[in-house]
Design a protein around this ligand. Structure first.
Ligand code: ZN
Length: 306
């Protein structure tokens, strides 16, 4: 296995950031080493030599591949225990531990109007991606209020249902809960909580109230005004809810049709997957706000704004 190109930045006293390249998306992901804790682990394909560092424990913010994928390797290299959110680990096992998850997710996308050729490509991409993910089995489980070496665990559902953050002295190691300038994806998926955008907006409200000094995010630069950024993202979703509502005015539309209207028609299957999931999280929020209704059956779901 070739050594991965890792860039190391000391961003504050005792806070070391290790940035790993990603083949897709934001093209990089940050891991942090603070007082012997490694926060997040990158993908599992070409893991860095974590064993050279003094790591006593490994903490995972959420189960997405670029955060949890290198956990098994990091644990083996360092001999350190892995800590992960309880709900997050359950979903991690469901998604990365079951062989037919890509088929199940593709099936579900068909019910939301995704054309079959795109669904088939998603199955292929899903299996290819799963080979990058080597999560650590049977981690120590964390939940709201858990303590880890002086860090307090807070649950921040939204970007992932079981997303957690680590809080100490006004510092939040936040995973993908709060990012800048990109906006974290918030999607509805099979077996996810029913209203991920509602969860996310509540988590953002909470973040704005926490009196944070700085957030160390999974992608992008540290966020020095977390409350303002949280409110900006709330506003972004309020505006997008209006756009989604307009897209279903007058006639029933599938999640796929809404994703075309909101995110455009020229997307790769992988981008389409996020676009449909994102459209659906907004549609389900609109249903809960009384601004849309859901119709159809288990094979064909549509939404309409009255
Ligand atoms: Zn993520």
């Amino acid at each position: 296995m070739s050594e991965l190109q890792v860039s190391v930045t000391t961003i504050a006293e005792g806070v070391e950031r290790r940035t790993l390249p990603l083949p897709t998306g934001p093209r990089h992901v940050h891991c942090y080493v603070i007082d012997g804790t490694l926060f997040d682990t990158g993908l599992g394909l070409e893991p860095p030599a974590w064993g050279e560092l003094d790591i006593e424990r490994i903490a995972i913010t959420h189960f997405h591949p670029d955060h949890v994928g290198g956990a098994e390797h990091a644990a083996t290299e360092t001999g350190a225990p892995v800590y992960q959110g309880a709900l997050d680990y359950a979903q991690c096992e469901l998604v990365w531990g079951s062989r037919d998850w890509p088929e199940r997710i593709a099936e579900w996308f068909l019910t939301h109007g995704v054309p079959e050729p795109i669904a088939l490509e998603l199955i292929e991409a899903g299996h290819a991606f799963a080979s990058f993910v080597r999560f650590a089995h049977d981690p120590e489980l964390l939940s709201e209020g858990s303590k880890l070496d002086g860090w307090g665990v807070i649950e921040l559902p939204g970007h992932a249902d079981g997303h957690i953050g680590f809080l100490r002295d006004g510092v939040l190691v936040g995973g993908d809960h709060l990012l800048a300038p990109i906006t974290p994806a918030v999607g509805l998926y099979p077996k996810s909580r029913p209203d991920p955008l509602g969860d996310y907006l509540a988590s953002l409200e909470r973040t704005a109230e926490l009196d944070l000094r700085i957030v160390y995010p999974g992608h992008g630069e540290p966020i020095e005004n977390p409350a303002a950024r949280a409110r900006e993202i709330i506003e972004h979703h309020r505006e997008r809810l209006d756009v989604v509502e307009a897209a279903i005015a007058g006639a029933p539309q599938s999640g796929y049709a809404v994703s075309n209207a909101v995110f455009g028609e020229n997307l790769s299957p992988q981008q389409r997957r996020f676009a449909v999931a994102e459209a659906l999280s907004h549609l389900e929020r609109l249903v809960r706000e009384g601004r849309a209704s859901r119709a159809g059956d288990a094979r064909n779901v549509t939404y309409t704004a009255p």
